[in-house]
Every structure is written in C-alpha cells, then in structure tokens.
Design a binder for this molecule. Structure first.
Ligand SMILES: [Zn+2]
Ligand SMILES: [Zn+2]
Length: 284
C-alpha cells in the first residue's frame, strides 16, 4: 500500500522524466499547437469513469488474425488491464466488412495491393449496434488497414468519445508491413507499439488529453517514428489524472507493470520501472 506521501511523490516528482523537446517539422506539436490539460481541467471535464454497471474495457477483434497477431493483441490487452486497473474482456472475432466499406491501395514499398477499410463502418455501425451492457468503452482491434475518408491516405485509428467506441489497426506496427525483414526483436517492438496505442487511445476514452510537457505515453503522434519515440509510461501529471479517475494504488500498479515488462522482454521499461519503484518506496 502506498502512503499519501508516496502517492504525492509518484504524481509530482519529475526526476525520471524527460521534458518534451522543442518540436521539429513533421512532429505532432509542430503541426498542432495544443495546450496543457491541467489536473483541474481534467477533473472538471467529468471524464468517463467506471460505474456499477459499466465496468469492463471490452475489446473486439476484427479480421482473421494469425497466431502471432492474436498472441500479441492478447498480451497488449492484458497490459491495458494492468495500466488502467480495469477488467478487460475480448469478444469473439468478427470479419472485416465487405465491399462498400473498402478500397484498394498500392503502396510503393508493397509488392501486393493493400485493402483498406473505412472507419465509419466500425464507429457508426458495427460497434454501436453491439455495445455490451457492461462496457465502459468498446474498442475494435483489427489487422486491416484503415482510412477515415477518401482524401486520407490511412489512419492508425479513430474514436467517437461520446459513444465510447474506437477502432485501431495493428497492421502498420509489424515491420513486414513496411517491407522490412523480421529480426529477433521484431515481436518485442511490435508488442511495445500495440501496448502504446491501446493505452494511449483508451486513455483518451477516459478523458486524458494530449501531454505536452514530458515525453509521455499521452503525447500526440503524427507518424510511426514519433510513436516509437514516446515512452510506455505516464508522466507525473498524466498519472495523477488517471489515478484520480481509477483510485489505484500507485506502487501496486508499478509492481504489476514491472512483472509484465520482465515477463515479456521489455527491458528498457523493466529497468525504468524498477528504478522508479525504488524511489517511490523510499519516500517516508
Ligand atoms: Zn492521441
Ligand atoms: Zn503526460
């Protein structure tokens, strides 16, 4: 159990966090001049919280997953349940939509054309019609590539906050999508990316805005390269918001995250969490 002093330290001490560097052309903050969502603003926004009835984060796989894809998505969902301290459930898989909701794209680095699926199929049709009674949010995870409207090349994911639904594609997190060779660390890189996107996007569902102060999982991102730069952890301010929402014990949560990182070969995160935990536990 954390003491009030330990909670205060974990949600205010900046020593283990890097300030956000000056944005460069192409970066999210270079393009979008976002302002900080303060803790007070977060609380006043009355963010989505679990209730007696709506208390599970429900995930909906869509598409035929390979063994590897299924395993990585299941691991990332387990990770999300630790991150948010919310029970999660995975619904039975559903097929991708047929004609009328898709288009074909040929990317220069791909030898075969890629089928893309329109996000409004998920956000306005599939998910709202099946929204489970106990879901605090209902998130589709697909291995199909997504696009929001004709003029866009693609999108990693999209959400309708008012309905508590969202759809996220994992296809671009695999090196093979980019025509790159698989290596020994490919699985770990992909797992890290899927963990990041699920917790970032579900964080938005719980009302967390983009973080502009530190390198943090709630940083906005314009590209895969920028997503790879944001760390799989919350800065003190974002952690303070999430802890207010969920009321978890910060030490217990970090201990469970540590075990997950250790068991899944996420070495950098394992080392960082061990050092952070040590400092929080040392607070009297
Ligand atoms: Zn975001
Ligand atoms: Zn943050």
């Amino acid at each position: 159990m954390s003491s009030p002093e330990q909670l205060k330290y974990a949600t205010s001490d900046e020593s283990d966090f890097q300030r956000m560097p000056e944005p460069k052309p192409g970066d999210w903050l270079f393009q979008f001049h976002e302002s900080r969502q303060s803790f007070k603003e977060y609380v006043n926004s009355e963010p989505l919280q679990t209730t007696g009835q709506r208390k599970v984060m429900v995930f909906q796989p869509v598409g035929e997953f390979s063994e590897e894809e299924r395993e990585l998505v299941e691991k990332a969902i387990t990770f999300a349940s630790i991150w948010f301290d919310i029970p999660t459930r995975i619904e039975n898989g559903l097929p991708l939509p047929e004609k009328g909701w898709q288009r074909i794209r040929q990317f220069p680095w791909q030898d075969k054309p890629v089928t893309q699926y329109r996000t409004d199929y998920f956000l306005n049709l599939l998910l709202p019609s099946r929204l489970p009674d106990d879901a605090v949010c209902y998130l589709a995870v697909t291995n199909g590539d997504l696009y929001p409207e004709e003029s866009w090349n693609f999108v990693f994911g999209q959400a309708t906050l008012s309905r508590g639904v969202g759809v996220y594609s994992i296809i671009r997190y695999f090196p093979k999508f980019w025509g790159e060779k698989e290596s020994g660390s490919s699985q770990i890189i992909t797992l890290r990316r899927i963990c990041k996107v699920l917790t970032h996007e579900a964080g938005h569902m719980l009302g967390l805005g983009h973080c502009i102060d530190y390198l943090c999982n709630m940083n906005g991102s314009n590209s895969l390269e920028e997503s790879d730069r944001r760390p799989l952890r919350l800065c003190p301010l974002c952690l303070k918001k999430l802890q207010w929402n969920r009321k978890f014990d910060v030490i217990e949560r970090y201990e469970k995250l540590y075990t997950f990182f250790q068991e899944n070969g996420l070495k950098e995160e394992e080392a960082w969490t061990a050092s952070r935990l040590k400092k929080i536990k040392a607070v009297q």
